[in-house]
Design a protein around this ligand. Structure first.
Ligand code: NIG
Ligand code: FE
Length: 420
């Protein structure tokens, strides 16, 4: 017997008939319905329709009343760094007093600061912290996240982070797509031998990650003070050879041609893109690379500008949105806040921002067709907000209006509280 989820309020189903990543025009349609129901079996949506029609068709189904709030697909957060040992509020304050993110990193803080603290922890200890953070994602309406390693920068500690993700995904409803980010920084002990660290990445870490199937993708922090485009190319080509998808942190703080490289290596996504060039955007569009925009990070780092999201929409790219949740440059897990920032900074409508945070986000992590819409064949992952319409969601900046969350057909948040 299946379950009928009914909601008397507005629904944004994202079911519009447009397949593949969606550009500005396609994103305008969020598949909105008023008073709707979906029939779910084994965690998968089998059909949808008006409430009376669905009640008649599924008379023996268990009925779950979602109430009058706004129903959307659960958010898909396609860029997060959730496995870490400690927060970094001291660096936040230092930045606010005038030091830059790059200066702090060069002086041994930032990612290397995180790595020094993480290396002392086992996979089990890391899993404990991750599991608590996973609850927070659910409480904010996010049902799937991409999760990167990158805070250990040694073979054992990088593997431990990916094992922690595997451990938590076994018994937590939040769904994880693991990404290997050993190329997040050059660790302290390799500062005088970059080539040595590159060899460690390509000859030891990546083969092991691929062999043990600990990640589905490989990411690189391609940035002026971290990995050059040539070094990034070498790492990503090796990852490709080993069967992993590839993605990049590109053109975040300084323009280095990261977007052009993403197009060249046919990356699944290129992320940040604050300093992306016009040619880089066109190359990404032509190669079908999804730009993942992270407006909470540009705000938190107080960067002099934000990514040219509006221009990307004009050029026909299909952007996704993410929190970039991490202890250094974006401590938020609130995708509703990211939607607000995207509307303000990139001139998006509420429908476009929601589509970028669900449908396009799913494509950016290889889950297109599986999550990111409330349509037959998709997982029954949804969020219900205390909001009378879709526009209210980005309008109520900084608030968490989530009341109910359903993951694979099971209620995991009720009345704004995590239930088990
Ligand atoms: O996406 N840009 C690189 N990585 C993270 C920041 C990591 C950190 O500062 O700990 C980001 O912003
Ligand atoms: Fe990041």
């Amino acid at each position: 017997m299946g379950t009928l989820f009914i909601g008397s309020g507005p629904w944004a189903t994202l079911e519009t008939g447009v397949l593949g990543p969606r550009n500005a025009t396609a994103l305008l349609d969020a598949g909105e319905r008023q008073g709707y129901a979906i029939y779910v079996e084994d965690g998968t949506i089998r059909s949808g329709g008006t409430i009376p029609e669905m009640r008649t068709r599924h008379q023996s189904a268990e009925v779950v009343d979602l109430g009058p709030g706004l129903v959307t697909p659960g958010f898909v957060d396609p860029h997060t760094h959730p496995v870490f040992a400690a927060t970094r509020e001291d660096e936040f304050e230092a930045r606010n007093l005038g030091r830059s993110y790059e200066e702090i990193a060069k002086a041994g803080g930032g990612i290397r600061n995180s790595a020094r603290r993480l290396r002392a922890l086992t996979a089990e200890a890391l899993a404990e912290g991750l599991s608590r953070r996973a609850d927070e994602f659910l409480l904010h309406g996010t049902t799937t996240i991409e999760a990167k390693s990158g805070y250990g920068l040694s073979t054992d500690s990088e593997i431990a982070q990916l094992e922690a993700i595997r451990l938590v995904s076994r018994n937590h409803p939040l769904e994880f797509v693991p990404t290997f980010l050993g190329a997040h920084e050059i660790p302290d002990e390799w500062r005088h031998d970059r080539e040595g660290y590159l060899r460690l990445l390509c000859d030891e870490m990546l083969p092991r990650v691929a062999r043990e199937k600990l990640a589905v993708a490989c990411d690189v922090f391609c940035e002026a003070h971290v990995f050059t485009p040539d070094e990034s190319r070498r790492i990503l080509n090796r990852a490709r050879e080993l069967g992993l998808a590839v993605k990049l942190h590109a053109d975040e703080i300084r323009p280095t041609g990261g977007a052009e490289l993403a197009a060249e290596v046919r990356a699944l996504s290129a992320d940040h893109l604050v300093q992306v060039s016009e040619a880089g955007m066109a190359a990404m569009r032509d190669a079908g690379v999804i730009p993942i925009l992270l407006p909470a990070t540009s705000l938190y780092l107080n960067l002099p500008k934000d990514a040219p999201g509006k221009r990307m929409l004009e050029l026909g790219l299909a952007p996704a949105l993410a929190t970039d949740f991490n202890p250094g440059s974006s401590p938020t897990r609130n995708m509703s806040l990211v939607l607000s920032l995207a509307c303000i900074k990139y001139g998006m409508t509420a429908a476009q921002a929601l589509g970028a945070a669900t449908w396009n986000a799913a494509h950016a992590i290889g889950l297109g067709g599986k999550v990111g819409a409330l349509a037959p064949g998709f997982q029954a992952d949804l969020a219900v907000f205390d909001a009378p319409n879709l526009r209210t969601l980005p309008y109520r900046m900084g608030e968490n209006l989530v009341r109910t969350v359903v993951k694979r057909g099971s209620i995991v948040v009720q009345d704004g509280r995590r239930c088990r």
